[in-house]
Design a protein around this ligand. Structure first.
Ligand code: SF4
Length: 220
């Protein structure tokens, strides 16, 4: 089946409509009770699945919850709780240092400004985007591995870096849909457009997808 090559804006809106219909409940899958718990969960999620992070934080947040709880820890006290996650030593250091700065510089609250967030240890643009969007309702598109892959397969972006991809998606997509598009693309990447075996044969986006026919032809 040939991919439908309609003008970009129209094709983008058709893709977004399809994603909205497919994933009406798309949302952040990291379980959290407040912005600080989300902050911790997002830092822990680097190179780990949300499912695994939720298992870890379910135990962790029973013991430590607030910036004050984390700020007083030595990394060796935090590491045992998170050691099943990749990069756990770095994550422990970053979480403790970030909790200390949140207390001393931000009155114990996760900052709501991008520059302040990105100044915290362990927080890059993607992490800041997730926190801004999910905790504070600021429109943002965090480009993780799923968003990057699915956006490229769908022909929404052809950029080499996540930062460039984010800029392209921000130009293409209406601002009020940025945050939801982030969740839609992640849900699609996790549930249908997986890295190794995209399920193109049952994907409703096939008609809009330049990559789908290629994957289908390799399965024949
Ligand atoms: S058609 Fe295939 S490659 Fe394209 S979005 Fe769907 S699952 Fe992904």
């Amino acid at each position: 089946m040939a991919a439908n090559r309609q003008p970009d804006r129209e094709r983008v809106m058709l893709i977004l409509e399809q994603l909205a219909a497919l994933y009406p409940n798309a949302r952040c899958e990291l379980i959290h009770a407040d912005p600080f718990e989300l902050f911790i969960a997002v830092i822990l999620s680097a190179q780990s699945t949300d499912q695994r992070v939720n298992m870890v934080t379910e135990r962790l947040f029973r013991v430590f919850k607030t910036p004050q709880d984390f700020a007083q820890l030595h990394p060796s006290e935090l590491e045992p709780y998170i050691q099943e996650l990749g990069l756990f030593r770095n994550k422990a250091r970053h979480i403790i240092a970030a909790a200390q700065r949140i207390i001393t510089e931000f009155n114990g609250e996760v900052p709501q400004e991008r520059a302040a967030l990105e100044s915290l240890p362990g927080v890059g643009r993607k992490t800041a985007n997730v926190i801004l969007s999910v905790a504070f309702g600021v429109p943002a598109i965090a480009v993780d591995t799923h968003v990057f892959r699915v956006a490229h397969r769908l022909g929404l972006a052809s950029d080499r870096t996540p930062e460039q991809t984010e800029a392209t998606l921000r130009r293409l997509i209406p601002k009020e849909l940025w945050s939801q598009t982030h969740h839609w693309l992640i849900f699609h990447g996790r549930r249908m457009c997986s890295a190794k075996k995209p399920a193109c044969e049952r994907c409703p986006l096939l008609v809009h997808c330049p990559a789908g026919p290629t994957y289908l032809s390799t399965k024949k």
